[in-house]
Design a protein. Structure first.
Length: 461
């Protein structure tokens, strides 16, 4: 009889090797980057919007695993659902039956999307986008998709083709035939549509990079143009969906917008089981799956697995029973409002924008002579270093995890778990204010760290 596998014992024995294991066997730049910016901590447990390091210190999570932890970590309802589905010994993924859980989750999602009719389940946000691209091309018989500058739709080859960040695309050409426009540029969209080969326009209602919101009226006007030219509107709600912006979907902020295809993922997982979903109109699905010969023309080996479906059903149940969307609207408004009050106080702080609990804090060139010199030093070395200077003390001194909202951007993005409360808001604003005071004091640890970042940026050239 073989010895049983003991996960707890394995972690106790070798958990301390975590950074070395990554350096040897995974992406070697990740531990290097974490060591460089002082993020190489050891976290041991988590609950809700908080996690604790090896010394027992409480950390506030304002990152939510890039938006995955919508309900925070280890929500009891989601945990129970996963225990229940494992204990049920279901005959999962037979591939030749119609299990109830995918149908039930599709039904629940479509209840929040009354103009859509069907769902395809995959395993990630980028797979949801890939599905939408394939379906749009097949349904329209056209090859090209228009996307926005600075967009992020995923990193697989199809999704990368509509990625608006050159740093991600470089070296992976040739990609699919797709064309970028500026977010909000209706004239550019119409010029592309007139060429007659555009299948769809894919857009994030609020871009994750820089937290840039589509201008008021843009989505509705774009939808009208697309319909006039026989092309489809794809809303990428992978990060913005499921309550993040204070409505179930971010496109719902604009009256009359009804995308032909909608992509969701991240928070639908409950933070446990990877899942992605592409919702679409009846005619699109019927065209793709037009006969029994085409029944598997688009599928995913793990799509619709019982664990992912159980997690998704639990997430939607919690959101509905706990009033998550209304909570996000209230707490997000409080957080944004308190941060906006700081803008006139600090010359390095230029803007606060976003909706719900997706907020961007933008820094910019100061007016005073002394700070201008320090700012110029950082900008000369590498744009985006000041935002990184703010992120680091937030973690190291205040135990708050945040992120810079894209390479070469002076913007911090806040996408905390949707369950943060007023005490968490107060903790973040207090800490952020202290960091701003330090920055405007002209000395202290923040600018000392900035000099270190400058040296590292110059050395990497």
């Amino acid at each position: 009889m073989t010895e049983g596998f003991d996960l707890r014992a394995l972690l106790a024995e070798r958990g301390g090797e975590r950074y070395g294991l990554h350096a040897r066997h995974l992406n070697p730049q990740l531990p290097r980057m974490l060591h460089t910016i002082g993020f190489d901590k050891v976290y041991e447990r988590a609950a809700g919007a908080h996690f604790w390091d090896a010394e027992g210190n409480d950390h506030l999570d304002m990152l939510a695993g890039f938006g995955v932890m919508g309900l925070g970590r280890h929500h009891p309802v989601v945990r129970r659902a996963l225990h229940d589905v494992l204990d049920a010994d279901l005959p999962d993924l037979t591939r030749f039956d119609c299990p109830p859980l995918p149908g039930l989750l599709a039904e629940r999602l479509l209840a929040h999307s009354p103009h859509l009719d069907r769902v395809f389940f995959g395993n990630s946000g980028t797979e949801a986008v890939e599905t939408a691209l394939k379906f749009a091309r097949y349904a329209t018989g056209r090859p090209r998709v228009v996307y926005c500058d600075h967009a992020f739709h995923g990193l697989t080859t199809g999704a990368l083709s509509v990625n608006g960040e050159e740093g991600f695309r470089a070296g992976f050409d040739p990609l699919l035939p797709d064309t970028p426009i500026a977010l909000g540029d209706l004239d550019a969209l119409e010029r592309e549509l007139r060429k007659g080969d555009v299948a769809a326009f894919v857009v994030e209602p609020i871009q994750g990079k820089g937290v840039q919101e589509a201008p008021p009226g843009f989505l509705a006007a774009a939808q009208a143009l697309l319909r006039r030219h026989g092309a489809l509107l794809i809303a990428d709600e992978v990060q913005t969906g499921l309550g993040r912006t204070g409505d179930f979907y971010a496109y719902q902020h604009e009256e009359g917008v009804e995308p032909d295809l909608v992509c969701v993922a991240k928070a639908l997982s409950g933070g446990y089981v990877p899942v992605g979903a592409t919702l679409g109109k009846e005619w699109i699905f019927k065209k793709v799956y037009s006969s029994m010969d085409r029944v598997l023309v688009h599928s995913a080996s793990f799509g619709g697995n019982a664990q992912a479906m159980a997690a998704g059903l639990a997430v939607l149940s919690v959101m509905e029973s706990e009033g998550t969307v209304a909570h996000v609207r209230r707490v997000g408004g409080l957080l944004k409002g308190r941060l906006e009050e700081l803008v006139p106080r600090y010359e390095l702080l230029h803007a606060v924008r976003g909706r719900g609990l997706m907020i961007g804090i933008e820094f910019g060139r100061p007016s005073s002579l002394g700070l201008r010199g320090r700012w110029a030093m950082l900008q000369t070395a590498r744009k985006g270093l000041f935002a990184q200077m703010v992120v680091v003390p937030l973690l190291q001194r205040h135990r708050i995890l945040t992120q810079v909202s894209g390479d070469h951007l002076e913007v911090i993005k806040l996408i905390p778990p949707l369950v943060i409360d007023e005490a968490d808001v107060d903790r973040f604003v207090t800490a952020f204010t202290e960091v701003m005071e330090d920055a405007h004091g002209g000395g202290g640890l923040l600018w000392d760290f900035g000099k270190t970042l400058v040296k590292q940026a110059v050395a990497q050239r």
